[in-house]
Design a protein around this ligand. Sequence first.
Ligand code: HAM
Length: 454
Amino acid sequence: MTEGKQLRSIRGTRDLLPGETETWDVVEGVVREIMALYQYREIRTPIFEETQLFARGIGEYTDIVKKEMYTFEDQGGRSLTLRPEGTAPVVRAYLEHKLAAQGTMEKLYYLGPMFRQEAPQKGRARQFHQFGAEVIGTDVPEADAEIILLFLAVLDALGLESWSLHIGSLGCQNCRPAYREELVAFVKGVEDLLCEDCRGRIETNPLRILDCKREGCRLATAKAPSQLDYLDEACREHFETVKRLLADRSVPFTVDPRMVRGLDYYERTTFEVLNPDLGAQDALCGGGRYDGLAEMIGGEERVPGVGFAAGLERILLALEAGGESLEFEPLCEVALVHVGDEARRHLFALCDVLRRAGVASTMDLTERSVKAQMREANRREALLALIVGDKELKEGTVTLKNLVDGEEETVPLEKVVPAVLNRLEALEEAAVEEEPEEWTGEDEGPDLDPGEAA
Ligand code: HAM
């Protein structure tokens, strides 16, 4: 009988439950903080767009467009697609709203769900979440380096220390054709050793062959020519400058002469940041320069851009694997405990008054025993309990129990809010006093002899 079947979430999608959402909030908060520090402003684009935006932007022959998009027809017969990535939509919005006057640039960031119909596995989902940033309107290498530094600043703020940065350059429309010709000639020479998919890619997307995971294809292309040897003067200089800017900031990186990204809009710089604890899906973030994208999606002129996007799920997995403690319980200041129906009604109003006074308060809305309610208050690590039973109702008071030291007092009803605020303040002060003092470096400096200090 299908009627009674319990419906479940779609494979490759996931509910984020209480306990997890708090952690996500913290990570997203860190992202927003770093974006503000670097002066990037948030943009929110729709979840679905015209299919053409992605087909033209990401590239018809990429895996994303060929096999992974969630595409559907709406009632008006238009072909729409759930966004598989954020860059093409951001550039579309930039052009549509003329976000920057010619000769100026815009720095944008975004955060939200993306959709790709890939085979789900650890670190790979069908609905996943990215945060990303784009610098649109300039092709100077400082923009490429800044985008990389920005992502590394997020990792630093999150305390994620295990990563490696891999960078490459794909050249531009000027120098890529010569490389492509060489590559096609090379792969034609080893065609018999390639898998069927890769044989099909020789004419449509030869670069992708270098990214094939099959052992046969990897061996066959081990000696394939590298784009880095075909960069023209301007692209070589651009790449050299990006590397120098990173080295100047002491950022370690590896040049990957075979880096292939899954999207066709890249030119010049490409990069990925990998994490060693993630297994097969080890890319925390990927990005690069896309100077031709605006024109590919119908822009009237060339608008250079560079950016990155990072997988939130993967960052959380990496933090967990690195032993970072990621549990954040929301603070509960007061638990209201009732004995009987009348007291419950009474406390219901008081609970609302406390919340409006800015106190995080909880009360049980079932008819559980006092013992069960107190157990729940302890589970939530409430700081205070307000208890009302027959005696308190008759006297017009409440029993205020400090759950940190166990002390109890009787407080007249009209004085409950100030009394609660008072006790919370005292608890906060006591907690601050317990914290170890931060060393400011002012009171005791290292011993230097006068000669050294000068
Ligand atoms: P991407 O490499 O396709 O680039 O994705 C960026 C990151 O999103 C990946 O490194 C990974 O962390 C995460 N990711 C991708 N697919 C999945 C998935 N199925 N499940 C979980 N996480 C995933 C882009 O999307 C480009 N728009 C990046 C960019 C921005 N380039 C320039 N600007």
